[in-house]
Write a protein of this length. Structure first.
Length: 320
């Protein structure tokens, strides 16, 4: 349903009114500061402004340099994820990154036993997320993240989801599961998120794809570098939510006991009925699966490029 301009303004006004109603009284805050002697001298204020300018310039320089390093240049099957948290609860380590071209979602996950923190980034150019600002304005459970109105959903005490717009182009969500006071934790994580790009560089890159298919995502997962795996997906653009081809590389071998032998990448591979598997020179296993003819799956496997320098160092660490 399309909302009129008046309806949109009303939703936003009501949203701001709800936040204002929960804010502390401004006069009381100023009086308290005056009583405790916290009011700074003008010279101190100028020093703080100067320091803020230095930090801002330094941040721009560092951020620009990070975005232009060789490891952070988006390429086929090597996406760059644009945001990261500055704070996480103790014990959480990063074990998953996923991204892709165009409006593909960006996902990062941290785990501590069964507990999970997920940071996701969506494009406002994606129709599914283009009206997020209106949805946030319409909901009653709101908070502030970086000076922007955000919404809280799924708050059960041990799970919560915070959704906000980082800017005009990006919708961000922070989901926390299996953590006490999940709402508080999710909000603190959300408030710590900054534009901090990281790469996704696994051991595989797509070669030629069957006609009508396009690359959708590249993901790296594992509890640490020793059990890392890479997964690529390709889709029919008319059905982008259903991977037509999935390619994985991992150390764990598939069950090939009842498989038919086929020639893959110049050597013996296996037809697993809906999937093709072959052992790579490294000893790891390449698997290509999907609802496509066997000849297409073999062609995809033959065309896959092996990256000799995958980056698995961040797996099992709190932050990269």
């Amino acid at each position: 349903m399309t909302r009129s301009e008046h309806d949109t303004e009303t939703l936003i006004r009501e949203s701001l009114d709800r936040l204002a109603a929960r804010a502390p009284d401004g006069r009381a805050v100023r009086d308290a500061l005056a009583r405790t002697g916290r009011e700074r001298r003008p010279s101190a204020k100028l020093a703080l402004v100067a320091a803020a300018v230095v930090v801002l310039v330094a941040g721009i320089f560092v951020g620009t340099r990070a975005l232009t390093t060789a490891d952070l240049e988006p390429a086929a099957s090597r996406p760059v994820l644009g945001f990261g948290p500055g704070w996480l609860p103790d014990g959480f380590t990063e074990q998953y990154r996923e991204g892709g071209p165009g409006t593909a979602p960006q996902v990062r996950r941290w785990f501590a036993g069964p507990a999970e923190v997920t940071l996701s980034v969506y494009s406002t150019a994606d129709p599914e997320w283009s009206q997020t600002e209106l949805r946030i304005a319409a909901i009653r459970d709101q908070v502030l993240v970086g000076g922007r109105v955000a919404m809280v959903t799924g708050d059960t005490g041990t799970a919560a989801l915070i959704t906000w717009l980082a800017d005009a182009d990006h919708v961000l969500t922070t989901r926390v599961r299996g953590v006490p006071d999940a709402r508080v934790v999710a909000l603190r994580i959300a408030q710590s998120v900054t534009a901090a790009p990281v790469g996704v560089r696994g051991e595989l890159r797509f070669g030629p794809l069957p006609a009508g298919l396009t690359e959708r995502s590249a993901a790296v997962t594992g509890t640490g570098p020793d059990d890392a795996s890479t997964e690529l997906t390709a889709v029919d653009p008319d059905r982008p939510s259903e991977p037509a081809v999935r390619v994985t590389a991992r150390a764990v071998p598939p069950d090939v006991a009842a498989a038919e032998p086929v020639t893959v990448r110049g050597g013996q591979g296996f037809d697993l009925s809906g999937a093709i598997a072959v052992r790579l020179p490294s000893g790891r296993w390449l698997t290509v699966s999907g609802p496509r003819p066997e000849s297409e799956l073999i062609a995809v496997a033959n065309g896959v490029q092996l990256d000799p320098a995958p980056d698995y160092r961040w797996l099992g660490r709190a932050t990269s």
